[in-house]
Each structure stands twice: as structure tokens, then as C-alpha cells.
Design a protein around this ligand. Sequence first.
Ligand code: E4P
Length: 217
Amino acid sequence: MKFFIDTANLDQIKEAQDLGVLDGVTTNPSLMAKEGITGAENILQHYRDICEIVEGDVSAEVIATDYEGMIQQGEELAALHPQIVVKLPMISDGVKACKYFSDKGIKVNVTLVFSVGQALLAAKAGATYVSPFLGRLDDISTDGLNLIQEIRNVYDNYSFGTQILSASVRNTMHVINCAKIGSDVMTGPLSSIIGLLKHPLTESGLAQFLADYKKGN
Ligand code: E4P
């Protein structure tokens, strides 16, 4: 399973990259705003900066909600760097734009997916990634992991090439359960990746090994 980090914070992206397990980055307009990155030029430069840190795919989201606007913004984003993946919302014009970009060989991440039907449309339109938001479903008492499982089944039935990018991951158990289900990718905060390291028996075991080494040296 690929690990993407879901942030526009350059320090956190560097930290995940330094750990050696990072496969890409996802961002969205809210994450950009959280880092204080505003204005078209600053946002575009920030995407370039992110691409310089990581080696994998970097999702950059369009703001337009009409077909022509999405094409214009998507072309501009894709031209920024070869690692850019155009992120499009799961709306009618987003599906059309997904088809346009996938026919041109430009990678697309279809975002804001909350149903199997939407995931099916994204795959039919040639999306490279589909992003079901499992945390936001959990937030409203709906089983987000169940959606990932259902999309996995449907995609496997027809050998769709679209990768399931489990998004809105909030914690380590989301990551682990996505891996058990067979999600191709997960994107979450740095804490959801770093948290996987932790186990009290690792810490106490290491402390004991070091103490025993000191006794004999
Ligand atoms: C996905 O690409 C989104 O950026 C993200 O995962 C949304 O997560 P949230 O529900 O924690 O905002």
C-alpha cells in the first residue's frame, strides 16, 4: 500500500519523506489555507516546492466547478511539474474533465467520493486515483471502511486500473484497516504514519537490550 501524506505543511512532508516511507502528497484548498498559502501564484509555487521534496505523485486540486474552468486550471497545474496529479471533484463536469485528462495521459485524482456509484463513474472516466473519504463518513455514523471494501470488490470484479486512495484517514487504525482491505493507497496526517511506529514492548525491549549490553561492556 502506498503512503501519501495529506497536508500542505512542508516540514511535515519533509519529516515523512525523511522516514523513507512516503509515496506522495495530497492537498486540498482547506489544507493550503491552513498553512496560510493564498493567491494563485503562491499556491502554484507551493505545489512546485512540494514536488521538490517528494518523489511521488502530488495531488493539486482545481477550484473551478465548470468543465472549461477545470480544463484550464487542470492544464495549468499539470504543466507545473511531472509529478502533479490533477484533483477533480466528483461532480458531472468533474467526470467529463477526468475523461479529458485521462485521454491525454494526465493523471487524475477524483475527490469527494462517498459512494460506490461515484467510484464506478470515476473508474469509467479513467481516473488514476479515486478518493473515498472514510473519516468524513465515520463522522456521520456511517461505516467508511465498508465503502472502501465495496469499492475494492467492484473494481476487482472488472479489473479496473483506478487505484483506491483512501482519504480522510485520521488515525493509525484507519491506516491498518485500509491495508487489511486492500486499499491501494492511503492519505492521512503525519500522526497517522508516525503512530504506526509505536509499541510499548518495542520501547521496553530496546531499553532492556541496551541495559544488558552495558552490563557486559
Ligand atoms: C483528500 O485528498 C482530502 O484532502 C482529505 O483526505 C480530507 O480529509 P479530512 O476529512 O480529514 O479533511
